[in-house]
Design a protein around this ligand. Structure first.
Ligand code: PNS
Length: 165
C-alpha cells in the first residue's frame, strides 16, 4: 500500500497543546493533508465542550492551510470510512500512552482495517498532558507556555467566570 497523502489526527484536545500542534505539523510534513478530528473519549470528563475544543483547534492551526478540523461524533472508523481516510497519526509520549494506543489501534484495525501511525513526541513535549494542564488551570496556575494563544485566552475566560471547578 502506498503511503497516504491525507491522514487523520484524532484526539480529545481538551485543550489542544503545543505537543499536539507539533504532531499535527509533523504529520503535514510527512503526509501532506491532515484532518484533525476532535472526538469524545467516554472515559474522560471534559473541561471544554466539543464545540469549544473544535474552535480552539481551528484557531491554533490557522497558519497551516493543509489542515482542516472537524468534530467526530460517532465511531472513529466510520468517520474515516466516510472520508476515504485509511490512516490515523497519533503522538506517543511514554509507556502508558503505548498501552492505550495499542488497544485502540488494534480495535480500529479490526473494525475497518484503519491503520495507526504513532509518532514519538518531541523531547520538549514528552511529559506534557492536557489532563495535567486542566488540573493546574483549575487551581489558578499558569499554563501559558504549554498552549497556543487561543487556549490561553479561553482558560483565562473560564478562570474569570469561575467555570474551572
Ligand atoms: O486524546 P484521546 O483522549 O486519546 O482521544 C481519544 C479519541 C477521541 C481519539 C477516541 O476516544 C475516539 O476515537 N473516539 C471516537 C469514538 C470511537 O471510535 N471510540 C473507539 C476507539 S477504539
Amino acid at each position: 500500500m502506498a503511503l497516504p497523502t491525507r491522514v487523520l489526527c484524532p484526539g480529545s484536545f481538551d485543550p489542544v497543546t503545543l505537543g499536539h500542534l507539533d504532531i499535527i505539523g509533523r504529520a503535514v510534513a510527512l503526509f501532506g493533508d491532515v484532518l484533525v478530528g476532535v472526538g469524545n473519549n467516554s472515559q474522560k470528563n471534559y473541561l471544554f465542550s466539543l464545540d469549544e475544543r473544535v474552535d480552539l483547534v481551528r484557531e491554533a492551526v490557522v497558519g497551516l492551510p493543509s489542515v482542516q478540523v472537524e468534530p467526530i461524533t460517532g465511531l472513529l472508523t466510520q468517520f474515516c470510512a466516510d472520508r476515504h481516510i485509511n490512516a490515523v497519526v497519533k503522538g506517543l509520549r511514554f509507556g502508558a500512552d503505548f498501552d492505550f494506543e495499542l488497544q485502540m489501534a488494534h480495535m480500529n484495525h479490526g473494525l475497518s482495517g484503519l491503520e495507526t501511525i504513532l509518532l514519538p513526541a518531541a523531547a520538549e513535549h514528552v511529559t506534557l498532558s492536557s489532563t495535567m494542564l486542566r488540573e493546574v488551570a483549575r487551581y489558578g496556575g499558569d499554563v501559558d507556555r504549554y498552549v497556543p494563544a487561543a487556549v490561553r485566552a479561553a482558560i483565562r475566560r473560564k478562570q474569570a467566570a469561575g467555570d474551572l471547578a
